[in-house]
Ligand binder design. Structure first.
Ligand SMILES: NC(=O)c1ccc[n+]([C@@H]2O[C@H](COP(=O)([O-])OP(=O)(O)OC[C@H]3O[C@@H](n4cnc5c(N)ncnc54)[C@H](O)[C@@H]3O)[C@@H](O)[C@H]2O)c1
Length: 376
């Protein structure tokens, strides 16, 4: 492995932002990256001031993403990749400009706000040959990776049912009216995209279902609701799924259910066994063979598979969680970018296209009176 750290430029992730800070921790956990440039905030001055606190040199603290891409492209020590952690509507123009200027991209979900843009971006990734990583966080958890590996190895038998939930309560009241930045853009269809909860948390659930089960539904039936009066996007969604294999499933995605912080879970059943996982107890994967007692398999413990062990940093029973899962996405991206690995399970632009197809199919099904709708 090269001893040189991979140089990153970040767009978004200002002083008060949520996920940019998580990316900065995750990229440093294994010491493979260095954040050397940024256009960190919609307010250029605020962004520059914050960049200084992160040790970014003043001449690499840019006012806009266009500046970052144009000026970095001319430097001999230019960044290797651009990290995009802005509100959704900016992902497409930033990613497009970065790819066209020759940079690899690490991008937040949902990849774009329309299917048209998602397909254009995936085509650009293909034609430029640059690398594109979509940070669907839950794919970084060791026990999620283990579940995927067990299902691929036939441990649950023929797939019967995929149940995924992503429940929150932070939008249960009209907090966007208080000016809270993350709530304001998430409930504005121009900045979030036409999907509210389905775009913000539903795309994670959709990705998780496919990542673990290894199958993508062909049809869905969605009931989208706006339970907070006056809100302009859906905030609660119940979705039924049908798979080509005959398997069934459902996704429940809601941001308005009191008592739910970040309650992500899956229960996946085949004809031989079932697997269950909750993000709030991420080190435990529950496995039940038909007719046998439930077993709890622990990260890095007895029964852990290779991918769960590889995704661990400390022995079992020393807790790991969200930040380490996120760091696994960065570690895998580093392996690809440094040439240490040829392939990765980290979601790609094609997964971003799949997420957009999901959102569009949900909107179509709902608008047609909750009818079964083809995905894609
Ligand atoms: N992977 C995950 O689990 C996860 C979790 C949370 C958010 N996200 C995604 O991350 C993205 C950001 O979400 P957030 O919660 O951090 O939002 P946020 O509102 O907390 O932060 C957004 C940041 O982007 C900056 N910004 C806005 N316009 C900009 C511009 N033109 N140039 C530079 N910076 C600009 C803002 O100033 C702010 O610092 C969203 O796409 C969201 O869907 C993903």
């Amino acid at each position: 492995m090269s001893q040189t750290r991979i140089k990153l430029g970040m767009v978004g992730g200002g002083a008060t932002a949520f996920i940019g800070a998580v990316h900065r921790i995750a990229m440093r956990m294994d010491d493979r990256f260095e954040l050397v440039a940024g256009a960190l905030d919609v307010d250029a001055e605020r962004g520059r001031a914050f960049a200084a606190t992160l040790g970014i040199a003043p001449d690499r603290a840019y006012a806009t993403y266009q500046d970052l891409i144009d000026k970095e492209a001319l430097r001999p020590d230019r960044v290797d990749a651009v990290v995009i952690v802005t509100p959704n509507f900016l992902h497409f123009p930033i990613a497009k400009a970065a790819l066209e200027a020759g940079f690899d991209v690490i991008c937040e979900k949902p990849m774009t706000t329309t299917l048209e843009d998602a397909e254009a971006l995936a085509a650009l990734v293909e034609s430029t040959g640059h690398r594109f990583f979509l940070t669907h966080t839950y794919t970084g958890y060791p026990m999620v990776r283990q579940a995927r590996e067990m299902i691929a190895a036939g441990e649950i038998g023929r797939l019967r049912r995929v149940e995924v939930e992503y429940l929150q309560d932070w939008l249960a009241a009209p907090v966007e009216n208080t000016g809270a930045e993350g709530a304001v853009w998430r409930t504005d269809p121009k900045r979030a995209g036409a999907g509210g909860a389905i775009g913000d948390v539903g795309t994670h659930a959709w990705n998780l279902a496919a990542f673990v089960s290894g199958e993508e539904p062909t049809h869905l039936l969605a009931e989208l609701s706006t339970l907070v009066e006056g809100r302009r996007v859906d905030d609660d969604a119940a979705i039924l799924l049908r798979y080509a294999s005959g398997a069934k499933g459902s996704i429940l995605a809601s941001q308005v259910l009191p008592g739910n912080g970040n309650n992500v879970s899956f229960r996946i059943y085949g004809d031989k066994a079932g697997l269950e996982w909750w993000q709030e107890k991420p080190e435990e994967l529950w496995f039940t063979r038909l007719g046998e007692p439930r077993q709890m398999i622990r990260r890095n413990g007895a029964g852990a598979t290779n991918s769960a062990i590889a995704g661990s940093r400390v022995p079992a029973a020393h807790p790991e969680g969200y930040l380490e899962a996120f760091a696994n996405l960065y570690r895998d991206a580093a392996d690809i970018l440094s040439g240490k690995a040829a392939s990765t399970v980290v979601p790609s632009a094609l997964d971003g296209v799949s997420g957009s197809k999901f959102v569009e199919a949900c909107l179509k099904s709902n608008a047609a009176g909750n009818t079964w709708t083809e995905v894609g």
